[in-house]
Ligand binder design. Structure first.
Ligand SMILES: Cc1ncc(COP(=O)(O)O)c(C=O)c1O
Length: 343
């Protein structure tokens, strides 16, 4: 049911779906995309034989529109989402969507739902969800002939209710998220469906999320549920390299650029053994993504071993990176990288 913006308490939003008014839809048939248009948010018909329903041929993106102090609306590096959308499409044998049209459609749908953008001082955002599905009917395992792009939006608050206080994570040796040669680097629905059971189990044990290890050695950190992993080890900012099993996060890329260019930090993209997190040389740890922004990791647990970072408080470098990133995103700090796009 649609909620009127006046009935929404933008100051106590979680990360839950709230229906908004308008969505963007474009259809692909006979080898080409139509112009696409804005329509009221709502259900649509789909064949029971659709490829997405039977074989999971679907991809998505996650972005945010933010309200700045002076009332402007901004998007963070949307060209990188447009690019990753097509990279995911390539992996799932789906058609590409023109990046300029992608950004234009995002702007249209944000503008059309402008009243749902949480105010600057609420810390919330309008979460934007572009999806592409193979909706043409098929029976054998092969790509659909018809596709649909949909972009909808919903107002959100923090992904982790703990916020910047930090979260407790569990490293799993029971499940993996992706394997070499698999689909881990694509933002495809199937990767997320497979993570629901591990996340449910870890939450039942009291942890906010799970840290997945690499599928070959069960030793090197891949990522944190829906965010990329970072640690400060011997004063260097380290993060797992893009080996094909983790999502190439746009926040991840931006943090590496901020750490080098604004904080003069050394950075390393490399294999990180989970054992390194239990050494004194590892002083801070956090995870990062569009939804998680930068969330400090308070502690990690594996089997009966626990490590608490910086006495359970957010680390100093984690805080500096958070202030830089969110400052640029809200235009409180000069956007020297020209990352922000006005709607
Ligand atoms: C599995 C996974 N890793 C990392 C990220 C972070 O990517 P980004 O910074 O582009 O949001 C996401 C998305 O939020 C994700 O779903």
């Amino acid at each position: 049911m649609i909620m009127e913006p006046k009935d929404i308490d933008f100051y106590s939003l979680g990360f839950n779906f709230i229906e908004t008014k308008i969505m963007f839809v474009s259809n692909y048939k006979d080898g080409k995309w139509d112009e696409g248009k804005l329509i009221p948010f709502g259900n649509f018909e789909i064949s029971p034989a659709a490829c997405i329903l039977n074989y999971g041929q679907g991809i998505f993106e996650g972005m945010k529109a933010l309200r700045t102090k002076n009332g402007e609306i901004t998007l963070f590096r949307p060209e990188l989402n447009a690019q990753r959308f097509n990279d995911s499409a390539d992996r799932m044998l789906m058609p590409n969507y023109n990046p300029d049209k992608f950004i234009d459609a995002i702007k249209q749908v944000v503008k059309a739902n402008e009243e749902y953008i949480p105010p600057y001082d609420s810390g919330g955002a309008l979460y934007i969800r572009p999806i592409m599905i193979g909706n043409g009917p098929i029976v054998g395992v092969k790509p659909a002939m018809e596709y649909k792009v949909i972009m909808f939006v919903t107002p959100v608050g923090p992904y982790f209710p703990e916020g910047f206080q930090g979260i407790d994570l569990e490293i799993t040796k029971k499940y993996t998220r992706s394997a070499p040669g698999g689909t881990g680097a694509a933002k495809t629905c199937c990767n997320y469906a497979g993570s629901m059971l591990p996340v449910k189990e870890t939450k039942e044990r009291g942890y906010a999320q799970v840290i997945f290890l690499d599928a070959v050695h069960m030793e090197y950190i891949d990522e944190v549920g829906t965010a990329n992993f970072f640690a400060v080890i011997n004063g260097t900012l380290v993060t797992p390299e893009l080996s094909g099993t983790i999502l190439p996060g746009i926040t991840r890329k931006s943090i590496l650029e901020l750490a080098t260019n604004k904080l003069g930090m050394r950075i390393e993209e490399r294999d990180i053994s989970y054992k390194e997190l239990f050494e004194d040389t590892c002083s801070e740890s956090f995870c990062a993504g569009t939804a998680a922004v930068i969330t400090p990791i308070k502690s990690v647990v594996i089997e009966d071993k626990k490590r608490i970072f910086s006495e359970g408080k957010p680390g100093e470098l984690t805080r500096k990176l958070y202030e830089l990133l969110t400052g640029i995103q809200r235009l409180d700090i000069e956007d020297t990288f020209k990352w922000m796009v006005r709607v």
